[in-house]
Ligand binder design. Sequence first.
Ligand code: DOR
Ligand code: ZN
Length: 347
Amino acid sequence: MTESLILRRPDDWHLHLRDGALLKAILPETARHFGRAIIMPNLVPPVVTGADAAAYRARILAACPPEMDSFKPLMTLYLTEDTDPDDVADAHAKGIVTAVKLYPAGATTNSASGVRDFDKVRPVLERMAEIGMPLCVHGEVTDSDIDIFDREAVFIERVLDPIRRATPGLRVVMEHITTSDAVAYVAENEKNLGATITTHHLIINRNHMLVGGIKPHYYCLPVAKRESHREALVKAATSGDHRYFLGTDSAPHSDPNKESACGCAGVFSATNTISCLAEVFEAADALPRLEAFASLNGPAFYGLPPNADTITLRKGAPVSYPDKIASGEGPVTVFDPGFDLHWYVEG
Ligand code: DOR
Ligand code: ZN
């Protein structure tokens, strides 16, 4: 039985760090274990220009505890119908931003400035294809007549595939995939396509959220689907296939904002993600492939080297994590996987 595992230091290819007091409180939860993270731009107001991204990066670095100062935030721009292709290319050339994020307008938290008419962003996408800059996509349609559980599958057919056909050189990350439809699409499309999978979508299905009382801390977008979809995600993540990599989508909201008549979407999993993933991969008899998913496939997609240093996981008696992280904006509940965690990161 494997009792320890050395991995290249992992990266998180989809993370919400927020700003101000919340940023200060939750950043160490990621920086403690991860080398780099792709930082989502859905602040209020959103991070839309290279100058916004440079200023946000400076605030993140200032909030990082000195003992974790090797953590590197990789910035993204929030794509709007007014985004200037020259500003995007300039910020990319200067190393300020790594990727652009596409939110369909209204799809999720702070997405009101997102894209309504995908033709309007065609010039930006063409430019990104030219310079090899990845587009991270929140893949859900927002049409009121499309059932929330079908929104990812419909997006792939109506929006994603047409965009990729129109701009075949564009490197696309399907973010936080939640369905076997998404896995099937990735399987059929080898070129210029990757997909992130969250920790929580590998662990919960919609029953966990809804049976026996509504569990607001399991509510996120895209919403967790039925068990067969979760199984397809576990198979994809643990396969070692280079197109799948970790993007936790760890997305803190204060408890009052989650435990409300209209609760916010987001699961906060930064604190215990590595332990949770080790359990998932061990249960799938795939521990040797955890490094590919968490530490190697993401950098390869982004054209970056893996982190030079390593972390050591050890297995022992169940480990405990705080239930909540205190912040100046109130407590933030840590993801509860619903089972004991035996793997921990040493040191
Ligand atoms: O659950 C989610 N929370 N999904 C998203 O796409 C956004 C995120 C957030 O910012 O809270
Ligand atoms: Zn997200």
